[in-house]
Design a protein around this ligand. Structure first.
Ligand SMILES: *Cc1c(COP(=O)(O)O)cnc(C)c1O
Length: 400
């Protein structure tokens, strides 16, 4: 039993903290999902999703995790034996590849160092070589949550077009939707996969796919067995706001509220806020003298920052100290990054002062855990948030 007072700081890059407004919106009696009241809720959220995905086409909502939405994207557009192009941006790209392989998809996996995003030039070269158009889809992760690297999806689209290749573009926006700029339609994405518990500020439990007309056409002729995930089964009742099976009613109340919050702030302001928080976090990391995992400044994630530990120091030991001393959860390094990095989430229900609280917890934790660093990260982050340059003298005083 925790005897802590105040809020736990959930600074992992998903699940992210759920705003009070969303929690209250979900605190409702469960209603008849075939009744008239539900139809109204269903139509509202399905319409609202289109605005958030920035598409005029349908968005399907499953009671599932993001992994379920990955599966939905695969089984509705591809056939056993199809070839696809994927890029090893990190842990999540690797998991999606494993899933594709289990569905008998032949994956051409472009290897990566887990510090860079998708290179559009490599996509263009691979597709240009494929004169017979054997590659059916390019499948990439927009914001690689294991590394804090955001790939340039609009440029990936342009690379596909330059190669004049008909492959579908399937994109995982599980940790970026509602935090990082993303435009399904304008960027020519065919399937966008997402989920509830990251940028959308909801508890876990909803998976989403948005699809283009081309993806819908593929779903009518592809030969992958499916039932629960079938888009056509979903889209029929969705036209009137209903679902083919029992939906996660109370999460949909939360979704309606979360969409309202995003639109009240304005999507462009939401994206700008995340960029500002990301920049302040990086200012802190640089002042501490620690290294940011993302190696390309053009691909810095506005959603989270992954920080490399100095050699000989264990990220999980630091995370344990921060949890015990300051009641804050930081993201762990995943698979081959275990113990080597920790991740600071700055997504969703986060503002300047919650970020400053989180960075203070990290700076105190670094000192408590005996991790070599310079003081002054918190000062640098404050200066970044104020749009000022940190005064060098101030930093030196703080470091004594
Ligand atoms: C969290 C995450 C997933 C997995 O989502 P689940 O809801 O845990 O299934 C997949 N891809 C990315 C980029 C993620 O951040």
């Amino acid at each position: 039993m925790s005897t802590r007072q105040g809020r736990h700081f959930l600074q992992i890059p998903g699940p992210s903290p759920v705003p009070e407004r969303v929690l209250r919106a979900m605190d409702m009696p469960v209603i008849d999902h075939r009744g008239p009241e539900f139809g109204k809720l269903g139509r509202e959220v399905l319409e609202g999703c289109k605005t958030v995905f920035q598409t005029s086409g349908p968005v399907v909502v499953y009671p599932s995790s993001g992994t379920g939405a990955w599966e939905s994207a695969i089984v509705n557009t591809l056939s056993p034996g199809d070839r696809v192009l994927m890029v090893e941006t990190g842990h999540f790209a690797t998991l999606w590849r494993q899933m594709a392989a289990r569905w008998n998809i032949e994956v051409d996996f472009i290897s990566g160092d887990w510090r860079h995003g998708v290179d559009p030039a490599v996509i263009e070269a691979k597709l240009s070589e494929d004169r017979g158009h054997a590659i059916k889809a390019v499948m990439v992760v927009h914001n690689e949550t294991s590394t804090g690297v955001t790939s340039r999806i609009a440029e990936v689209r342009k690379a596909i077009d330059r190669a004049s290749h008909p492959a579908l573009l399937l994109v995982d926006t599980i940790s970026s939707l509602g935090s990082a700029e993303y435009r399904h339609e304008e960027w020519g994405v065919d399937v966008t996969v997402s989920c509830s518990q990251k940028g959308l500020m909801l508890p876990p439990g909803l998976g989403f796919t948005a699809m283009s007309e081309k993806a819908l056409a593929a779903s009518k002729t592809n030969r992958m067995p499916r039932s629960y995930w079938d888009w056509q089964e979903m889209l029929k009742p969705n036209a009137n706001g209903y679902f083919p099976y029992t939906p996660a009613t109370n999460l949909l109340y939360g979704l309606r509220e979360a969409i309202a919050m995003l639109l009240e702030e304005g999507l462009d302001n939401v994206f700008a806020r995340h960029k500002r928080l990301g920049a302040a976090t990086r200012a802190a990391v640089e002042a501490w003298g620690l290294e940011i995992l993302c190696a390309n400044p053009e691909e810095y994630s506005p959603v989270l920052t992954a920080v490399l530990m100095p050699t000989g120091h264990d990220a999980d030991a630091l995370r344990k100290v921060v949890l015990e001393n300051y009641d804050m959860s930081l993201g762990a390094g995943l698979s081959k990054l275990t113990g080597k990095v920790f991740r600071i989430g700055h997504l969703g229900e986060t503002n300047e002062l919650t970020l400053m609280g989180a960075l203070s917890g990290v700076e105190m934790g670094l000192a408590d855990a005996g991790v070599p660093h310079r003081a002054g990260g918190v000062l640098a982050a404050m200066a970044s948030l104020r749009g000022a340059k940190p005064a060098k003298a101030t930093l030196e005083v703080a470091a004594e």
